[in-house]
Write a protein that binds this ligand. Structure first.
Ligand SMILES: [Mg+2]
Length: 102
């Protein structure tokens, strides 16, 4: 089992023992990803990057984790293979943004 799948199992175990899966429909998970991304932005608001990282690194880490947790929950529920979809998107991006050859 890949490290990502082990992580997804831990996340699913966390929500299942709390009986939270009933609240985790795709729409609300997508909303939650966006809310957590906004919380991450809040740590940077009105600051230079360096200043935000200096003063808020602990919370920045937590908000990144929240975005990832909800994203992995959504992948799990939609039965998406995380490695497959990320690699697929990178491949698509590589075509869209080719490396300039001089
Ligand atoms: Mg949060």
């Amino acid at each position: 089992m890949s490290d990502i799948n082990k992580l997804i199992d831990s996340i699913n175990e966390f929500r299942d023992v709390r009986n939270w899966r009933q609240y985790h429909n795709p729409k609300d998970l997508a909303i939650s990803i966006s809310i957590e991304a906004a919380e991450l932005l809040e740590d940077f608001q009105w600051k230079e990057s360096e200043q935000a990282l200096e003063s808020n690194i602990d919370n920045i880490q937590e908000e990144i984790a929240d975005v990832l947790i909800y994203s992995l929950m959504l992948c799990s529920d939609l039965e998406l293979d995380v490695q497959e979809i990320v690699k697929g998107k990178l491949k698509k991006n590589a075509k869209k943004y080719p490396i300039d050859k001089e």
